[in-house]
Write a protein that binds this ligand. Structure first.
Ligand code: KG4
Ligand code: ZN
Length: 338
């Protein structure tokens, strides 16, 4: 007899996106709703935590209802609710976790608290549920740039992380400095397409440090210093090439260190995830390098790279199957260990 399908409702409010999704059996996305706050935070040049949590409260009910509507099911058909409870902005996390607890209590269904970073890695299982064996995972987002060792049972161990700014944070800060807008990553990505990445040879921070850590703060300073010394590099004519040169440095370091981890550990599969994984140059460079090195590469489509609840439901499914159940006193945390 065929096993009953398992439907997980995923909820994600760790930063500034309010998201809910329904995923069947950890692989079939029945709905994926994301309400972005970008327009609200744009005028401040970054996420304002207090505003983010207030906006989550305003829309969380509608977003969850919309996810159920699109999945054509009611809460009675949901087997468990999976919610990001760390890491993230405390006030934002509390909104999603509060909603998940209310649903769990009212419907008598299991509550599963999930790690946002682990969920990013699991977003790759939504494009290929058959990923097995050992992998190297790279998470590049607004808050994190980390390399992980993922074993055959999908147990995850951190190998290295950024010692200062995350890659997305560096994109966002430099875009703000150059007056390009927010969020900076997609803007720099688009602008760079028409630029020359060899225009300026920026440093490749910690490229050969021998470990798996990153540092992007000095790169940011290098760009600011170069523009002060030579203001015409920010002219309209040069802006695309300046952006492309900056982007190339970040991409170079990310690709080099991830591939190095593969070689050091004798692993030939890479799982890339997080908002910066949407970057077209990063995707292109990973594809070229992995093809040359004979490494299998998985990068989710753009809608799964950005914060979303489908990945939270996917991870929730595997944790549900493994017997994980959380109680209503589950707390939120900003801790980013996996
Ligand atoms: O994973 P995510 O949606 O949220 C966090 O958990 O941080 O990542 C957001 C980050 C932002 O810093 C944004 O600028 C960056 O991802 N980002 C990009 C691109 N799209 C989003 N960075 C570079 N190129 C892109 N195309
Ligand atoms: Zn994220």
């Amino acid at each position: 007899m065929k096993d009953k399908n398992i439907h997980i409702l995923g909820i994600e409010t760790s930063c500034d996106d309010t998201a809910a999704a329904v995923v069947r059996d950890g692989k079939q996305v029945l709905s994926n709703v994301v309400s972005s706050q970008n327009d609200i935070h744009r005028k401040y040049g970054g996420v304002v935590p207090e505003i983010a949590s207030r906006k989550h409260i305003e829309v969380i009910g509608v977003v969850i209802q919309e996810a159920l509507n699109r999945a054509k099911m009611g809460l009675d058909a949901v087997d468990a609710v999976s919610v990001t409870h760390r890491p993230g902005l405390i006030g934002s996390l509390l909104v999603g976790v509060g909603a998940a607890k209310a649903i769990s209590y009212a419907k008598g269904i299991p509550l599963i608290g999930t790690n946002h970073l682990k969920a990013h890695i699991y977003s790759n299982l939504l494009i290929n549920p058959h990923i097995t064996g050992h992998c190297i995972g790279l998470i590049v987002s607004g808050g994190h740039s980390s390399i992980y060792h993922v074993d055959g049972q999908l147990q995850i161990r951190a190998l290295g992380h950024t010692v200062d700014d995350a890659a997305g944070e560096a994109f966002d800060k430099i875009a703000r400095y150059l007056g390009l807008g927010y969020p900076g990553g997609p803007i720099i990505d688009k602008l760079s397409a028409s630029g020359d990445e060899q225009f300026i040879e920026f440093p490749r921070p910690m490229m050969d440090s021998g470990d798996y850590n990153f540092s992007f703060s000095g790169l940011k300073t290098a760009l600011i210093y170069a523009t002060k010394k030579n203001p015409q590099i920010t002219s309209e004519k040069n802006m695309a090439s300046l952006a492309a040169s900056f982007q190339e440095s970040i991409v170079d370091v990310l690709v080099h260190k991830t591939v190095k981890a593969c070689k050091d550990y004798g692993i030939n599969t890479i799982l890339v995830s997080g908002g910066v994984a949407a970057n077209s140059r990063l995707r292109q460079r990973f594809e070229q390098t992995c093809e040359k090195e004979g490494i299998a590469l998985w990068i989710p489509p753009l809608w799964l790279c950005m914060d979303n609840a489908a990945m939270v439901a996917c991870l929730g499914y595997y944790e549900f199957k493994a017997g994980k159940r959380c109680t209503l006193d589950m707390d939120v945390s900003s801790r980013s260990d996996i």
